[in-house]
Design a protein. Structure first.
Length: 218
């Protein structure tokens, strides 16, 4: 019952968000091209893909086992994407250059030192910024920092426009970018994180603006 109530609430938030976008498009026909979507992803050196969203439906227990290394090496990558443009990739690293995961302080440091300077070449007043409901995104200090740049043009949990939970099919990074990049960066079987990072940079740099336009339209 509790799980069903959560599902119904998520569906309602999603429906309200889609209706809001449709109303905005009715006023500004290219409104969907002004949403700057953002997200992070892990790139594992051994090519492991997180299958937490995979489900097996069977009348009997399939007894499936998936072996994973205890401490695999990985990159944590952030990108932002809108029609015709990708900002990034940004690789989360410490002062010594070692790869690290994301927390609130590191995410805000990325926004301040990397993301905002990159926006100086674009008309920020025309853009809406989207982020999902990860804790590092929705901390009060992070929301305040994002509002300083985008004002009410923020699509986020606890933001002026609520981003619906578990709606990965609505953001082009989830339904296109990460899977596309991961399908190519392991082709030459990189043996070090530096080589994997080079591959990520190269593949993202090779994505043409025309492809991004089609993705946003979809």
């Amino acid at each position: 019952m509790f799980g069903l109530a959560i599902h119904q609430n998520d569906h309602q938030v999603r429906r309200r968000f889609v209706e809001w976008v449709q109303n905005e498009i009715a006023v500004v026909p290219d409104f969907h091209k002004r949403i700057l979507f953002s997200d992070e992803a892990h790139f594992w050196l051994n090519g492991y893909v997180n299958k937490q969203n995979c489900r097996i439906w069977s009348e009997a227990n399939p007894q499936v086992c998936v072996d994973t290394p205890l401490h695999p090496e990985k990159l944590t990558v952030w990108c932002a994407l809108w029609a015709g443009v990708i900002i990034g990739p940004y690789f989360f690293k410490n002062d010594e250059g070692h790869n690290i995961t994301v927390n609130g302080d590191r995410y805000r440091a990325m926004i301040t030192s990397f993301f905002i300077p990159k926006l100086n070449n674009h008309d920020v007043q025309e853009l809406w910024f989207q982020q999902d409901g990860a804790t590092c995104h929705t901390a009060r200090a992070t929301i305040d920092l994002s509002k300083d740049t985008f004002g009410d043009r923020l699509i986020s949990r606890f933001g002026p426009v609520n981003w619906p939970p578990r709606s990965c099919d609505l953001t082009p990074l989830d339904y296109f970018l990460w899977s596309y990049v991961k399908s190519l960066v392991y082709a030459d079987k990189p043996q070090t994180l530096d080589l994997l990072e080079d591959n990520v940079r190269r593949v993202i740099a090779d994505i043409r603006p025309q492809m991004l336009e089609k993705i946003i339209e979809n």
